[in-house]
Design a protein around this ligand. Structure first.
Ligand code: AVI
Length: 326
């Protein structure tokens, strides 16, 4: 048996399969062809992403952890009477645990709300955070919007909303604004956000981060095709596509693409897709926008948050910015 036709790690429910099929059909028909990056994160994709975070060339995670450990105490000092911390997309929970453990005074009691669509990610994150102080962990298996609404309905005191890991970079500029405006609409004056954002750096470093010599990011990218084969009954030739990372300086983003090595047919029975790609034709799978520090302040201000502190890691070009809702 072809090992690439291995059994599924996860089975999507019917609605999710239908949504996945509809998205594959729609985005592949666009010009340029695309696939949404949210589909990277099945069990295998999430494991590959965790590995990416450990690669020497992908510095986001380590830089952010250093900043959280060094300045977490300042974050909490700026928020007396804090009662709630909400993290959108907590990953394995290590970032928030590092932040909570950086507090020099005793925090709490604090309600920590973790919001993610993945039940398994929430379980791991909750376990990692549960003994990080006087905290009560509440998980919300939900989209960010509805999870945030749930998390904030019964709160009393002050809230900090954390959006870390440069996840904001995967939104295009209008999407990033809409996302922050949504958070602003859910919080009260005096509540705060903590945003972790990767900064513009040399092209060599950016490309090494998104096209690593071990090929882990290439596997992460090509796993999208594996998912389409497995979950939508397609038989895309995986060897027919290579991984490409491009720094688009004009737009300020690293793009990831899948490039057809030779002419390729994409036939996806469950999505009614029949596309033919020319040699060299690409499918654009992700954008990772990189910022300069002032752009982060401007973005926050334009969305109703007043930046109060910004810490940057010069070695790896990363910024942690705190801002208060006004
Ligand atoms: C999750 N996100 C912030 C990562 C990034 O850097 O854009 C996803 C990723 N894509 C390739 N490597 C990592």
């Amino acid at each position: 048996m072809d090992p690439r036709a291995a059994k599924p790690f996860v089975t999507l429910d019917q609605t999710s399969v239908e949504q996945f099929a509809a998205d594959v059909k729609y985005y592949l028909s666009l010009s340029p062809r695309q696939l949404p990056s949210r589909y990277f994160y099945d069990d295998l994709g999430s494991a590959l992403f965790e590995s990416i975070c450990r690669l020497p060339w992908y510095t986001i995670t380590r830089a952010e952890m250093r900043l959280l450990a060094a300045h977490g105490d300042s974050v909490f000092r700026r928020l007396p009477s804090l009662t709630h911390v909400v993290e959108l997309g907590p990953g394995n929970g290590e970032k928030l645990r590092t932040l909570l453990q950086a507090a020099s005074r005793r925090l709490g009691p604090i309600d920590v709300h973790l919001i993610d669509v993945s039940a398994s990610a929430l379980a791991i994150a909750a376990q990692n955070i549960e003994n990080a102080g006087d905290v009560r962990v509440i998980t919300h298996q939900a989209t960010y919007d509805s999870g945030l609404r749930d998390a904030l309905t019964q709160r009393t005191g002050r809230t900090l909303v954390a959006f870390l890991g440069s996840n904001i970079g995967n939104f295009d500029p209008p999407g990033a604004s809409a996302f922050l405006q949504n958070i602003r609409a859910s919080v009260k004056n005096g509540d705060a956000v903590l945003l972790g954002v990767d900064l513009v750096k040399s092209t060599d470093r950016l490309l090494a981060a998104y096209d690593d010599p071990l090929g882990v990011t290439a596997a992460f990218n090509r796993n999208l095709l594996v998912r389409i084969n497995r979950e939508l009954g397609a038989s895309i030739d995986l060897d027919g596509f290579s991984h490409r990372a491009v720094w688009n300086a004009e737009q300020g983003r690293v793009e990831m693409h899948l490039v057809a090595r030779t002419a390729q047919a994409i036939h996806v029975p469950h999505a009614h897709v029949d596309e033919r790609l020319q040699p060299g034709e690409t499918i654009w799978t992700e954008s990772s926008y990189k910022y300069v520090p002032e752009q982060i302040d401007d973005l926050l201000e334009s969305c109703g948050f007043n930046p109060t502190a910004q810490w940057t890691d010069r070695e790896d070009g990363f910024a942690l910015t705190m801002a208060e809702a006004f």
